[in-house]
Design a protein around this ligand. Sequence first.
Ligand SMILES: [Zn+2]
Ligand SMILES: [Zn+2]
Length: 88
Amino acid sequence: MDIKGSSSICRTCRKEVLVDNLALHESHCGRFLCLCPDCGETVSREQLEQHRLEEHSQVPIFTKKSNTAAAARAREGAWQEIAEQVNA
Ligand SMILES: [Zn+2]
Ligand SMILES: [Zn+2]
């Protein structure tokens, strides 16, 4: 199989992309995706905060898998704070 042109790896999603398209692809990718600095996984920009909290957070509220009403309220409060920071 003949491959026309050479390809390169997108730094954001790590897909193989034709060099001709790479600049366009990366700018598009970079707008919607980013790499998690903690695990190197590709996560959508919107979900990065949530991903980091759920996967890598040291905050006990999120790491503790508790189903009590108090824990649920605490989590909700914490999410509220995060939402306010994001929207600020
Ligand atoms: Zn990409
Ligand atoms: Zn991660």
